[in-house]
Ligand binder design. Structure first.
Ligand code: WTA
Length: 650
């Protein structure tokens, strides 16, 4: 085990929160964390019922948890609520009516802001437009948009009428969007004409048109006008949002949803070719998003919170849309790139809006580091009080840079480990009580019973590398994979024999203080810039190209993106390997999946190293891609010469 999951990091520094931070924090002492955490795992039903009662229910729940059909949990099953009412109406009809919910800024510098009342009214009108198109409870709606306010509104409008949203990140290709629309059997797509990215219009409507071609289930494509570029139009199916909104009222009562009614699908890569539609339901997800946002970001009424993720990923769902709004927070939302027009754009935004809590990804932090301290130092960031990171392991160097340069050595950093499947943050510091260690996500959040197990399910000791496991259900856990119950069970609940211990697919160790160190994926998933990609999915895309006979895709460490994609490709059909083919393959992958899945490196080889039983020796390829000596046993290799040739890059 410890051979399989490497564990090379040695990091002894500790950073306690300042007394000032501790004194004002929601959880300000070690004793309090321990007490609350202990209660939350010993009496999860009591703990979560109390939290859940802080949300506005349309019909209160009596039952807290039904785990009788494990691993399918049912939380608050007899309660009814509406996620958009939790996020909007409770504030819009109360003291926060005039409080800013979203300060939005477009990449070109245009701005819009919405109070809670304004946002609720916009969402209600949007929801009425969806209704007028015949969309209702349980229908699936794909959303493919840039980071504009209408993206958050589209999500909340679906939630308001009980339609299930399926947001597809705008960087995915038409083909990837099509696969997701088809898998979810979506009846509508909400998109925009385009978005701004590094000074250019990124057209989105042509992708949507290509994605929907010939798909009979899609009766409506609702388009937001953002960039005013020319778009194709299909009469009867296509609708401009601004036209559809004319004369529409803001009178749209939120649909009472069962707590276990599905709120959304979000596709994520797994270890087979086909992406999985992760299902989240309404009650448990909202409870998890609400509490984790409040506690991990130590939110206060006057905070200005900014999460730089895209709503197309789970981070944007939980920590832009649902969590902060459920808490009545004021947040910043930004459309474009961090280096448009210059490398200080984020810090300029932080300064102008007075951002106090800032949540981003290690890849972004490493880019800022590379761009230089001067871009940060140009701006007054004295309002910042808390920093966060998510999506991939953060190297201690980037962590300490973030703390020193961005956080002025005063802001705690919360390194938050979680997944699309977990719905919310699972392992994290609480900023007022945890002595953080650079590179460690530290300790389990409330309700999380984490452990490090070996292949047989035995709990491992301090500092032994093993598999991360979660041993109790939690409210925001996934409820399934859309249309594939068996895959849900096989992927997450079958690693160990009990059938109800959750396997996230990550390796980890726990140190002598009980701090968790995430060691990365142990399956065929790689993490590039915090984006999960399936090596199998990229391989099947490569193999679908006429010139490719066989392909193996692995990750190698990369200073900027965490991991980079390396593809080993064997060609056939008389096609000469070379730069033209390389270019063709990159474009092919971009078309099939999206630019984010393009390999950083393609190595042509006449054969792939295989065992005598015909299995591709992936670990060996990983070693070769990383340029390191391999510790893998070579005795089973079929053709030893292949190794030498690969090493030399022949
Ligand atoms: C990785 C993103 C180390 C991990 C919220 C996980 C992390 C996958 C961290 C989920 C972290 C996420 N430290 N690794 N703080 N956060 N990961 O579904 O491998 O896009 O399994 O969710 O990202 O990626 P996903």
């Amino acid at each position: 085990m410890s051979q399989r999951i490497e564990n090379v990091l040695q990091e002894d520094r500790r950073f306690p929160p300042s007394e000032e931070f501790r004194a004002a924090a929601r959880v300000g002492s070690e004793e309090e964390y321990r007490r609350l955490h202990q209660r939350s795992v010993e009496d999860p039903e009591g703990f979560w019922a109390e939290v859940a009662r802080e949300l506005p229910w349309i019909q209160p729940f009596e039952t807290v948890l039904d785990w009788s059909e494990a691993p399918r949990a049912r939380w608050f099953p007899d309660g009814k609520l509406n996620a958009s009412a939790v996020c909007l109406d409770q504030h819009a009809d109360g003291e926060r009516a005039g409080k800013i919910a979203i300060h939005w800024e477009g990449e070109p510098g245009d701005t819009r802001s919405f109070t809670y009342r304004e946002l609720r009214d916009e969402v209600a009108r949007f929801a009425n437009v969806l209704k007028a198109r015949g969309i209702g409870k349980g229908d699936r709606v794909a959303i493919y948009m840039p980071m504009i306010p209408e993206l958050a509104m589209a999500v909340l409008a679906c939630a308001r009428i009980g339609a299930i949203h399926s947001v597809v990140f705008g960087g995915f290709s038409a083909q990837a969007l099509r696969d997701r629309i088809e898998d979810g059997d979506c009846c509508a797509v909400i998109c925009a004409d385009g978005g701004w990215r590094r000074g250019k219009v990124l057209p989105l409507k042509p992708e949507v048109d290509a994605a929907c071609e010939g798909i009979a289930s899609v009766h409506t494509v609702l388009t937001v006008r953002r960039t005013e570029n020319e778009v194709g139009w299909t009469e009867g199916r296509d609708v401009w949002l601004h036209e559809a909104l004319e004369g529409v009222t803001a009178d749209c009562p939120p649909e009472p949803m069962g707590a276990e009614d599905t709120l959304f699908l979000l596709y994520t890569s797994g270890s087979t070719g086909k992406p999985k539609g992760i299902m989240h339901t309404t009650g448990g997800y909202m409870v998890g998003a609400y509490l984790s946002t409040r506690m991990v970001f130590d939110l206060r009424e006057d905070d200005v919170y900014w999460c730089t993720a895209d709503v197309g990923w789970i981070t944007g769902h939980s920590y832009i849309v649902y969590g902060p709004l459920a808490n009545g927070a004021t947040q910043v939302m930004y459309e474009g790139a961090p280096n448009a027009p210059a490398e200080d754009r984020f810090w300029d935004l932080c300064e102008r809006y007075g951002v106090t809590v800032f949540y981003t990804a290690p890849t972004a932090i490493r880019a800022f580091m590379k761009w230089g301290d001067e871009h940060v130092e140009k701006h007054d960031l004295s309002k910042l009080r808390l920093l966060g990171t998510v999506g991939e392991p953060i190297n201690p160097e980037a962590w300490t840079w973030y703390r020193r340069v961005v956080g002025g050595d005063r802001c705690p950093i919360v390194d938050t480990w979680w997944q699309t499947e977990t719905g919310g943050i699972m392992i994290t510091p609480l900023p007022g009580c945890t002595d953080t260690k650079p590179g460690s996500a530290t300790r389990p959040f409330f309700g999380v019973d984490a452990a490090i197990l070996d292949e047989e399910g035995n709990e491992l000791g301090a500092n032994e590398g093993g598999f991360l496991a979660i041993r109790k259900p939690w409210p925001s856990m996934l409820r399934g994979i859309w249309g594939d119950e068996q895959r849900f069970k096989d992927t997450y609940w079958s690693k160990w024999t009990d059938g109800w211990t959750y396997f996230p697919g990550d390796g980890a160790r726990r140190d002598e203080d009980g701090f968790y160190w995430i060691l990365g994926r142990v399956d065929d998933v790689i993490n590039v810039s915090g984006h999960r990609l399936s090596t199998m999915e990229i391989e099947s895309s490569l193999v679908a190209h006429d010139a490719v006979v066989e392909a193996a895709v692995v990750g190698r460490p990369d200073d900027l993106t965490g991991e980079a994609i390396v593809a080993f490709v064997t060609t056939g059909g008389g096609v000469e390997p070379g730069d033209a083919l390389r270019q063709g393959l990159l474009e092919h992958v971009a078309t099939e999946i999206g630019k984010l899945a393009r390999p950083a490196e393609i190595r042509f080889t006449d054969v792939l190293p295989k065992t005598r039983s015909g299995k591709i020796m992936r670990r060996l390829l990983r070693d070769i891609a990383a340029g390191r000596e391999s510790s893998q046993d070579m005795s089973t290799i079929e053709d030893a010469g292949v190794l030498e040739r690969l090493r030399k890059g022949e």
